[in-house]
Ligand binder design. Structure first.
Ligand code: ADP
Length: 373
């Protein structure tokens, strides 16, 4: 187990000029920009963000495969900036970390331990401990070419943990697997983490993967940390519009709205739309007549109501997925989407009234995108 801390870490690739060839040079060209976070012993961190946001670079810097441009990285109290990868006591399972084809699974698992000079009985003990955790105990005599994609990934992870690292780093370990296999392996990695008690960081672009396995989520965009919190915190209290729109499927509705004050209280109004929805009373001291903001509300928190507290609107799209139904109404140029598990059946053009789950609406500054609280 280990505690990892990053203090103001930056990364600029030396060949960035070349990579930006033909594009306007960005305001800054840091792949990772002033990244600071710290993870506790035995925590499971998921780094999440769109492609190119700096996730892999972050992991590779922690692994010692990439130099950092500025900042400081510590494992426990030890500054690791200048330590070689092999001296950082980390286990790596990267997407492109191939197994050695001529070696059996057993020898693949044993490889690093042999290189460290461990005696054969101790190597066997280590492999016997780890192999069942990742269900590779049946595969030990096989060569990698005979393994399925899922089996290779299991062996890959088993190889990373067999030497009992303080820190386990997983980069998109499930990306080549099909849906069912991903789900199974997700559950197994989680169980494995509970058993080996090793601080683990997983990098993924798949929010389900991160949210289901990790106890702490780090969301990045353009090299910068946006929010760090439990899966529930980033889902329920996004700090900005980016996080709000990134976490959750289907995504949160984010609608530009102008507040209108009437005798009946405040209403959200929308450009080129008749829709007016009552503003939950808890916002009354944060808003004012004419204020422009972004309203965020998850599809599951838009409710079809019998109450006449909003303008009637026609259904634009109705989809039935069996276990849930999706209804969309047009709001100016945008669609406002809602999902419901109620047995509600509509056709295009049916008139409905909407209400927002007051506790679950989010307001964002229209210019900065930062949550208004
Ligand atoms: P992610 O893992 O989130 O997809 P990366 O860390 O791979 O993002 O990339 C972050 C940024 O750094 C991207 O703009 C990418 O093009 C750039 N980058 C990644 N690797 C290199 C490299 N070896 N040389 C130059 N630029 C790179």
């Amino acid at each position: 187990m280990a505690r990892l801390t990053l203090n103001n870490v930056y990364k600029r690739y030396d060949n960035t000029e070349k990579k930006l060839f033909g594009k306007k040079k960005a305001e800054n060209d840091f792949a990772v920009n002033d990244l600071s976070f710290s993870c506790k012993d035995n925590s499971f961190i998921g780094i999440l963000g769109p492609s190119g946001c700096g996730k892999s670079t972050t992991l590779r810097m922690i692994a010692g495969l990439e130099q950092i441009t500025a900042g400081e990285m510590l494992i426990d109290e030890v500054r690791i900036n200048d330590l070689q990868s092999k001296d950082r006591n980390i286990g790596l399972a990267f997407e492109d970390y191939a197994l050695y084809p001529p070696l059996t699974v057993y020898d693949n698992l044993a490889f690093n331990l042999k290189a460290k000079g461990l005696p054969a009985p101790q190597i066997k003990k280590a492999i016997d401990r780890v192999a069942p955790l990742l269900k590779v105990d049946e595969l030990l005599t096989m060569k990698p070419s005979a393994l399925s994609g899922g089996q290779k990934q299991r062996v890959n992870i088993a190889r990373a943990i067999v030497r009992q690292p303080g820190l386990l780093l997983l980069d998109e370990p499930l990306s080549h697997l099909d849906g069912k296999m991903r789900q199974t392996l997700r559950q197994e990695i989680k169980r494995m983490h509970r058993e080996i008690r090793c601080t683990t960081i997983i990098v993924t672009h798949d929010q389900i993967e991160a949210m289901s396995m990790a106890d702490t989520i780090i969301i990045m965009k353009d090299g910068k940390l946006q929010q760090m919190g439990t899966p529930l915190e980033v889902y329920d209290s996004p700090v900005n519009e980016f996080v709000a729109g990134f976490i959750g499927e289907p995504p949160m509705n984010l609608l530009r709205s102008t507040i209108a004050k009437t005798q009946d209280g405040f209403f959200f109004t929308f450009t080129a739309s008749d829709l007016r929805v009552q503003v939950p009373a808890r916002y009354n001291n944060l808003i004012s007549d004419g204020m422009i903001l972004t309203l965020g509300v998850r599809p599951v928190d838009v409710l079809i109501t019998e109450k006449q507290s909003s303008t009637p609107v026609p259904v634009a799209i109705y989809e039935n997925f069996g276990d849930e139904r999706r209804v969309s109404v047009r709001v100016g140029e945008d669609l406002l989407n809602l999902t419901t598990t109620a047995e509600a059946f509509y056709k295009r053009g049916d008139i409905i009234h909407l209400e927002f789950n007051a506790e679950k609406t989010h307001l964002f500054n229209a210019e900065t995108g930062i949550a208004i609280k």
